[in-house]
Write a protein that binds this ligand. Structure first.
Ligand code: ADP
Length: 575
């Protein structure tokens, strides 16, 4: 009897809400996405959600949009907005949920009153075990390169990824790749030896660096010709390189790179399981024979002839960071995805793998002072424009120095932040406001970037000493006229700052970006144990490995690394 009463009550509630709710399609807006507002159209029928259409938005391709699609399916299946934000895409998720709620309220529906179906849009349950030739763990750039090469070599490949989206830290990068002797460089200005010499300054393993430098161009050509990655027709001059040699994928973010690698992975028919986190390597008679993983709470065994670890670094694992460098504590923001927790290092060391350079954790010098995100608008610096000053309005480091040097110098300044100052000509020629429009507008809206007619107005916004900055700019322009930066000997082109505005000023801070240390590999990407012996059946590539970048990774050498060693690992694992 009680049950019948409850049912009647529920029915009456639905009927009463349906009575107030309007059928139709309603637009809703959610604020605070990664790149501003998120808009949706929600179709409502009889008080229930019938369809959700995600309108144009600037959320990170491959990350925010994947999360929103996932939430949309959950909402439609469950007729509910009571869904959890997707890990790693919290801002996009929260804005999306708010947008749907907003649309529902336009329809006269209180989101709390939606009658949930109780159904969930969960993926089909995995089998208890799978067999393959090559298991690749981690679907960032290195993992996808390895999976492609292994599959092309005829292996049966499974690629597992713990997040609900592929791409890892690779997706959050600019995607630039250092390639000596590339198609945009003039003949003879660069060489493999010159790149090796640049890499050697950080004290990495010379044999691995030789493999990296001598295969980097080939890796870039492979991306262009085999993976169909489109590149811009200009290069960037990353700090610490002796020449401009970094190729830029279309759109100047890694979205192009990751999308094309992903398309190739799919075209080749690699079996991919997302939301599947490897937890331990399986070893039999001293050989790695697969890995155990978790998917939706279920333990699954992936048995393989060879395993490739491509799980990325540990920039988001505060405990691991602190254990290796106590200065890298929770107070320091990070550019990394939440997936970069050093799982591969933990799993490999548990079976005897050696690690190297774990104490070298790189901060990127010009990140969002509020969130730690990489700032692409700040790439105007890498085009040789602008001056980097402190609160006192003075330059304090060479603008194109290596990342560790600039980051260290910034942390020693007032407020531990820096201010990049440039003019309208630089803005137009670099094109960063157009290429990274959403970020540009978001920075302006949050007051992290200011555009003003005068130098004084820029300084006033941030409390930077204007008199000193005027002198700094005058000195800088004199150095440009003389053809020599007498203070910091800036490399590359010396470009003066205009006498007239508008000007731009951007505040930024260093944030954790790359962990140089990791598992020890040899030049064939075999993982080595603490006695220097190969661990049979185990390969590794990318940020999970150590020794290649020494104490400081040069910009655009990570993409070269993941593609060069990802391909080697995949090819060898398939043999
Ligand atoms: P790389 O630049 O070396 O390719 P990325 O950070 O781009 O590194 O990619 C590493 C990928 O590995 C990320 O997508 C991350 O979520 C994934 N990953 C990390 N740990 C695990 C794990 N235990 N199981 C499956 N995937 C993992």
């Amino acid at each position: 009897m009680k049950k019948i009463l409850c049912l009647m009550l529920a029915l009456m509630m639905v009927m009463s809400f349906s009575a107030f709710a309007e059928d139709g399609t309603f637009t809703g807006v959610g604020e605070g996405g990664k790149a501003g507002n998120v808009s949706v159209e929600v179709t409502v029928e009889g008080g229930a959600i019938k369809d959700i259409n995600i309108l144009e938005n600037e959320e990170t391709e491959g990350l925010g949009d994947v999360a929103m699609e996932d939430l949309k399916q959950q909402m439609l299946t469950g007729n509910t907005v009571d869904v959890e934000a997707v890990t790693g895409a919290t801002l996009s998720s929260t804005a999306f949920i708010a947008a749907v709620k907003d649309a529902l309220s336009q329809a006269g529906i209180d989101p709390e009153s939606l009658v949930a179906t109780g159904e969930t849009a969960e993926a089909a349950e995995l089998e208890d075990a799978y067999d393959c030739d090559v298991l690749v763990i981690g679907a960032g750039g290195a993992g996808m390169a390895a999976a492609i090469k292994a599959k092309e070599a005829g292996a049966n490949v499974i690629l597992i990824e713990k997040m609900n989206n592929i791409g890892g830290n690779t997706l959050l990068s600019g995607g630039e790749i250092a390639a000596p002797g590339n198609w945009l460089q003039q003949e003879g200005v660069d060489s493999v030896e010159q790149m090796e010499a640049d890499l050697a300054k950080a004290g990495g393993n010379p044999e691995l660096d030789h493999v990296l430098a001598s295969n980097a161009l080939n890796a870039a050509e492979w991306l262009r010709d085999d993976v169909n990655v489109e590149f811009e027709d200009y290069m960037l001059f990353f700090g610490g390189h002796s020449v401009e040699r970094s190729l830029v994928p279309k759109g100047a973010t890694a979205v192009e790179l990751v999308n094309k690698l992903w398309a190739k992975v799919q075209d080749l028919g690699v079996t991919v399981f997302t939301n599947t986190r490897a937890t331990e390597l399986m070893v039999e008679d001293g050989k790695v024979v697969g890995a155990k993983a978790e998917n939706n709470g279920k333990t699954v065994e992936f048995r393989a002839k060879n395993v490739v670890l491509t799980t990325g670094g540990f920039g988001s694992n505060v405990e691991m960071r602190k254990a290796n460098d106590p200065a890298m504590d929770e107070k320091i923001l990070s550019t990394n995805t939440v997936g970069s927790t050093g799982d591969g290092i933990t799993m490999a060391t548990a079976i005897g793998a050696d690690t190297v350079d774990m104490q070298y954790i790189q901060t990127y010098p010009t990140c969002d002072a509020e969130t730690g995100a990489l700032l692409y608008v700040a790439d105007v610096r890498l085009d040789s424009y602008g001056v980097l000053v402190n609160k006192e309005g003075k330059r304090f480091v060479e603008e194109l120095e290596a990342r560790n040097v600039i980051s260290k110098a910034v942390t020693e300044q007032t407020g531990a932040c820096s201010y990049l100052f440039w003019d309208e000509d630089a803005m137009q020629k670099s094109g960063v406001a157009e290429t990274h429009k959403a970020e540009y507008e978001d920075l302006l809206a949050r007051g992290q970037l200011v555009k003003a007619d005068t130098l004084e107005a820029c300084c006033e916004h941030f409390g930077v000493d204007a008199e000193n900055l005027k002198q700094t700019v005058a000195d800088w322009n004199q150095y440009c006229a003389d053809g020599e930066d007498k203070e910091f000997n800036k490399r590359g082109d010396l470009i003066p700052i205009a006498e007239e505005g508008p000007y731009y000023m951007l505040v930024s801070k260093p944030a954790i970006h790359h962990t140089m240390g990791g598992i020890v590999i040899d030049t064939d990407a075999h993982v080595l144990d603490t006695d220097g012996n190969v661990i049979p059946g185990l390969y590794a590539a990318g940020e999970v490995t150590g020794g290649i970048h020494g104490n400081n990774r040069l910009g655009s050498c990570a993409i070269a690394d993941i593609i060069v060693f990802g391909r080697i690992a995949g090819e060898n694992a398939a043999k």
